[in-house]
Design a protein around this ligand. Structure first.
Ligand code: GLA
Length: 333
């Protein structure tokens, strides 16, 4: 018996650095992703990748995923450690996702590995297991957005994620628009340590004023005292509100309002949350100034990677035109 699985990457349209405080995000699963052809059997896993010089060879009894080598094998090891498969197998990994672009190549790999290894469970269970795998593999306290988007994609729809209830609400994308991701030329760097610092600052703010998700009035953040902390918390609180605004704009097909929310999100990520770079700022400004572009913002963790733009079809001649696809699944068995 052989298994073929596909797990999509994701692009986040709006709502970044909100998931790990139980906030709102609006990603979509994309047509670029990871495919694994796999023959189950034995007590070890042997995976080769079309993009990696060295294979991932791991026993299913492994205990320390962070120690696995080469680097990409850590994600495979994380999945093994969390899902504890009853048997291993041999297979090949092929990905159409650019690495380090902020389109969730690691979440896509984790979900594909989990499904190849026979994971059975709901999309939410798959996402939570793979989030844990990512945390073990990378040591970064990531939220659930990437894995939940890859697991629960719906063709033609963005996904409104409520990261407190873990509810996923598909939101239909307007017909006559394009979603385009353009790489700023700078691979994501320092993302791990800076991400952990921001997550810690959010926790610090919450320990003083309670869940950021429940705050609607940014002026109440004054109670935090420290200006840098106020700005971090203000990004999260206003970003949750922008997700609501963006969803309402999509539902009423008000693309100008949707684009304005994206532009404001970029400004907030750059000035308040401080996860942008000069390259991301320059690229998003250039895209925003292109006739027919409604809005553009950095997408994902920041510190390099891609800008996502909402545009009239055909006006952007660069990057990847992204389509919203169904979530991770077995293609044959
Ligand atoms: C990374 C993390 C996600 C999310 C984004 C920022 O992609 O894996 O959980 O926090 O950054 O929105």
């Amino acid at each position: 018996m052989s298994v073929r699985v596909f797990a999509p990457g994701r692009v986040n349209l709006i709502g970044d650095h909100t998931d790990y405080t139980g906030g709102l995000a609006l990603p979509m699963a994309i047509q670029l992703g990871t495919t694994i052809e796999f023959q189950p059997g034995g007590n070890a896993i042997h995976l080769t990748s079309t993009h990696e010089p060295h294979p991932a060879e791991l026993p299913i009894s492994l205990t320390d995923p962070g120690a696995a080598a080469p680097d990409w094998a850590k994600y495979v090891a994380g999945v093994i450690a969390v899902t504890r498969p009853v048997e291993g197998g041999r297979g090949t990994v092929d990905s159409t996702l650019p690495v380090g672009a902020g389109l969730s190549s690691s979440a896509s790999l984790e979900l594909a590995v989990a499904l190849a290894l026979g994971f059975r469970g709901s999309a939410l269970e798959l996402a939570l297991a793979c989030q844990k795998a990512e945390q073990l593999a990378s040591g970064v306290p990531c939220g659930v957005m990437d894995q939940l988007a890859s697991a629960s994609g719906v063709d033609g729809h963005a996904l409104l994620l409520d990261c407190t209830s873990l509810e996923v609400t598909p939101v239909r994308l307007p017909q006559d628009t394009e979603i385009v991701a353009v790489h700023c030329g700078q691979p994501r760097r320092l993302a791990g340590s800076a991400y952990a610092e921001r997550a810690q600052a959010c926790q610090q703010a919450q320990s003083v004023i309670g869940p950021l998700r429940e705050i609607n009035d940014p002026s109440s953040l004054r109670a935090l005292g420290d200006e840098a902390l106020i700005r971090i918390a203000r990004h999260v609180v206003t970003e949750n509100e922008r997700v609501r605004t963006f969803v309402a704009a999509l539902r009423s097909e008000d693309l100008v309002a949707a684009g304005a929310a994206m532009n404001e999100s970029h400004r907030s990520l750059a000035e308040d949350f401080r996860v942008s770079t000069p390259q991301l700022d320059a690229l998003s400004a250039r895209l925003r100034a292109t006739p027919g572009v409604y809005g553009a913002r950095l997408t994902g963790a920041g510190f390099g990677g891609c800008v996502v733009a909402l545009a009239e079809p055909g006006v952007l001649k660069e990057g990847w035109v992204l389509e919203a696809v169904d979530g991770a699944h077995r293609q044959q068995e």
